[in-house]
Design a protein around this ligand. Structure first.
Ligand code: FAD
Length: 316
């Protein structure tokens, strides 16, 4: 079932979460261990992130360096199929532009349709660690809007090589939004115009980057509505867990901690202190969002379901 249909049917705020495929070499069991504790909160859908290959340089016998692609986290499509099969919930694979030609994208979408997956979160992806700016595949897409356009065309039965008559797919397409602006954008209004272009191209709902100040989310929703973005906007919540997160999250995700939170974080002496504060902050944020009637709250578990479980137990 489509994410948008779940939202339409819902009488109250839905609970959803996203998981990361495990590092290569681990089994599907490690995925289930992350999902099992959260199933009691009846998620209607579970997102599975996609991770690009990374490159390492290996010295050859002649002394030259060889660039080798390594795949760190395998199997978004397979994991989605396994989740749907085991838990009977909709799985939402993240599909990215980076590293994919248009043909590979089409093939991935054909596989998803074949597996009965109705939803896709369409993203550009970030640059790989060895590159300072995002470089698309030479036959791929530069921006999420182009990927959304391709998916929309497939929904209309337009494939890359349409020499035979093909049935259209029927994917519900989600896109990413940034309450504190995407880090590459010149300013908020430009970023919002690009977000609107994604919706105009076919995105039917938006999931936001994490944020820690609900006012920023509410302002973002108002700004979206004021430029004619009418699709559901799902807030993304990430509980802070460790001392390391205090610098990592703002740096990596280009977000700010509000003053109230940063003052409390400065008092934390251990990971346990941060986790307790992060959990309480996540509960308060979620309660306020739920009271405001958001369609769904989407939790970034980052392989840490216990903290999300505590939050969900207090909110849902
Ligand atoms: P886009 O919408 O393409 O935007 C990228 C930048 O380009 C923005 O600054 C935008 O303003 C600008 N822009 C957009 N269109 C144009 C245009 N036509 N011309 C010029 N500039 C333009 N990454 C992963 O690798 N895997 C994941 O699974 C994943 N999941 C995510 C889930 C969520 C909910 C979110 C919020 C992010 C996720 N990301 C993931 C991270 C995401 O890939 C990065 O934030 C990436 O840098 C931007 O992706 P996007 O889809 O927002 O890109």
């Amino acid at each position: 079932m489509k994410v948008t249909d779940h939202i339409k049917e819902a009488k109250e705020t839905l609970f959803s979460f996203e998981i990361l495929p495990p590092l290569k070499g681990k089994s599907i069991q490690s995925i289930y261990e992350g999902i099992d504790p959260l199933m009691e909160f009846k998620p209607k859908f579970v997102n599975v992130t996609y991770h690009r290959e990374e490159y390492v340089y290996k010295e050859r016998e002649n002394g030259l360096l060889e660039k080798i692609a390594i795949r760190k986290r395998p199997g978004t499509v397979g994991i989605c199929a396994a989740i749907m099969n085991k838990y009977h919930v909709d799985a939402v694979p993240h599909l990215i532009c980076g590293g994919f030609s248009k043909e590979e994208t089409e093939n991935a979408l054909i596989d998803l349709q074949f597996l009965g997956i109705d939803n896709v979160l369409a993203l550009r992806g970030d640059s790989i660690k060895t590159e300072s700016v995002f470089r698309p595949h030479k036959d791929g897409h530069s921006y999420a809007v182009n990927l959304i356009h391709q998916i929309k065309e497939m929904n209309e039965g337009i494939y890359l090589l349409d020499d035979v008559e093909l049935t259209g797919t029927d994917f519900c397409i989600g896109a990413a939004g940034y309450p504190e602006k995407h880090f590459e954008s010149m300013n908020m209004s430009t970023d919002l115009q690009y977000l609107k272009a994604k919706v105009d191209a076919g995105a039917e709902y938006i999931v936001t980057q994490m944020f820690f100040d609900n006012k920023k989310f509410f302002d973002f929703v108002n700004a979206c509505r004021s430029i004619g973005i009418t699709v559901p906007i799902i807030p993304g919540i990430k509980p802070i867990k460790s001392l390391n997160h205090i610098s990592f999250l703002p740096k990596f995700f280009s977000i700010d901690f509000p003053d109230d939170l940063s003052k409390e974080l400065l008092k934390c002496k251990s990971n346990a202190d941060v986790e307790a504060l992060g959990t309480e902050w996540g509960i308060q944020q979620s309660k306020e969002l739920k009271d405001a009637g958001v369609p769904c709250i989407h939790y970034y578990t980052m392989s840490n379901s216990s903290q999300v479980k505590t939050i969900a137990a207090n909110v849902f």
